[in-house]
Ligand binder design. Structure first.
Ligand SMILES: [Zn+2]
Length: 114
C-alpha cells in the first residue's frame, strides 16, 4: 500500500485526483501508477486502468487472474469493469476487504471518480 500511496501523492502533485495503484504477480511488483487524467488529457487514465495496462504488457497477456492489484481508493465503475474484464485475481484497497473479483458480483463503486 505504501507504493500505491506514493503514486497517489505524485498524482496530486500533477493536479490529478490522488489515486494510486500497484499490481503484484507472484508477490513481485510488476506495475505502479497514479491517476494521469490531467497530465495526459485522457479521461480513461485512472490509476487502475494504467496499472492493468502495464501489468498486461509486462506479462504479455490480458488475462490477469494471477495478479493482485492494490488501490488507494475504491475503484470507479469504469475501473471496476476493467478489473473484472482483466480477470484480476484479487483487489485490495483501504476500504475493501480481500475480494476475488471474478466471483464478486457486488463490487461497491464509489460515486467519486477514482
Ligand atoms: Zn477509475
Amino acid at each position: 500500500m505504501g507504493l500505491a500511496l506514493e503514486q497517489a501523492r505524485l498524482a496530486a502533485e500533477g493536479g490529478d485526483v490522488p489515486v494510486g495503484a500497484v499490481a503484484l504477480h507472484n508477490g513481485m511488483l510488476i506495475a505502479a501508477a497514479g491517476n494521469r487524467r490531467e497530465a495526459d488529457g485522457d479521461p480513461t487514465a485512472h490509476a487502475e486502468i494504467l496499472v492493468i495496462r502495464a501489468a498486461a504488457e509486462a506479462l504479455h497477456r490480458w488475462r490477469l487472474d494471477d495478479v493482485t492489484i492494490v488501490v488507494t481508493l475504491e475503484p470507479c465503475v469504469m475501473c471496476a469493469g476493467a478489473i473484472v474484464n482483466a480477470r484480476i485475481g484479487a483487489s485490495w484497497s483501504e476500504r475493501w476487504t480481500r475480494r476475488p473479483v471474478p466471483s464478486a458480483p457486488a463490487i461497491r463503486c464509489s460515486p467519486t471518480p477514482g
